[in-house]
Ligand binder design. Sequence first.
Ligand code: LMR
Length: 422
Amino acid sequence: MFFRSSSKLVAPVLRRTYSTSRWSKVVKGPEDPILGVSVAFNKDTSPSKINLGVGAYRDDNGKPYVLECVKKADKKIYEAGVDHEYAPIVGVSSFNNAAVQLALGEDCKALKEKRVVTVQAISGTGALRVAAAFIARFLPGVTAYVPNPTWGNHNVIFADCGVPVKSYTYYNPQNCGLNFDGMFKDIQSAPNGSVILLHACAHNPTGVDPSMEQWKKISQLCKEKNHFVLFDFAYQGFASGSPEQDAEPVRYFVNEGHEIALCQSFAKNFGLYGERIGAFSLIGSTPDEAINIESQLKILIRPMYSNPPVYGARLVSTILSNKDLTAEWRSEVKLMADRIINMREQLVKYLKQHGSTRDWSHITNQIGMFCYTGLTGEQVDRLASEFHIYLTRNGRISIAGITPRNVEYLAKAMHKVTSESK
Ligand code: LMR
């Protein structure tokens, strides 16, 4: 349509009015089920509040703990006067070597045969993300099986990378332990060649691990089924206090010939949460295959984040390349694991002392940073609203948040909400 303006015919100016904005369909999403607990905790002004949500170690005073070996490594790095150049796409090589050796052991045959590729990763989550992207690209359509329950991010990482994800039975709510038969049957029924994600130790969220005998059966089964085993190893040293003992299942699988994928995090065992330092390793069947895999990992990583940050890698490799610092790290990781074990015992003691007659033996039977208490979502809500105690709604508590000062208060509150529930 044309308008007459003076004597000329002019086209109307196209004036588009937007009744809605471009992002009007973006709805507000929920907080993360784990990290959102800290958001709620931070808003609470009560002096008696306790954060048992996120798995981050705290000392006896409830404070973050900076390991002495990390402080010393920090000083060494500073004194060495390092530059701030880019790392290669695969990260800091001295870190990669130290990381994979810590997990697989010095005598690992696959390492000696140069069949293992390791790349630095943005902590455990980043390692899993690279793993999932690699699976999506080179095993398209293959389903990843994760335990039920599992760390909530597992499902999302696979789904976001386009890897179909299903779960296998893991936990037995009747005895707060492992449902080994259910786990075995589900892994057996998965199509041959599936991806099976296993928590190497200190299962998150349940704190329930298979025994070594059970691991052996799972290894045999995965071999028969030609499953591809992906170990999430976020707590080496944190479960038993011994990095070697915690690595036993992973090392067993590798010695048995599984060409595993391995995702490591150094957040918990080195107290390097904010540095985002981890590693992803994949075992090939020949050195040439390993070279090819590495080249493809680089092609995947470059458009993701180009290359990883160097600082955490320098800290970990400085510690693990120095005998004295490694010894100090070992004693500090044991100290953290022992404090957690001690807090489990204290919690059970106070629950009994305050009159709880429930069977709380799973609190001491479970291992690692978390305890799957069996508390219901409603009981968890009451702990927050009446007692300022914050945990994830699945009843998981991060034992690391319990201290000698708050354990009795926590026990009383847990007894109250569990004894008053129908
Ligand atoms: C947890 O499970 O609390 C930790 O692994 C932290 C996280 O990123 O979820």
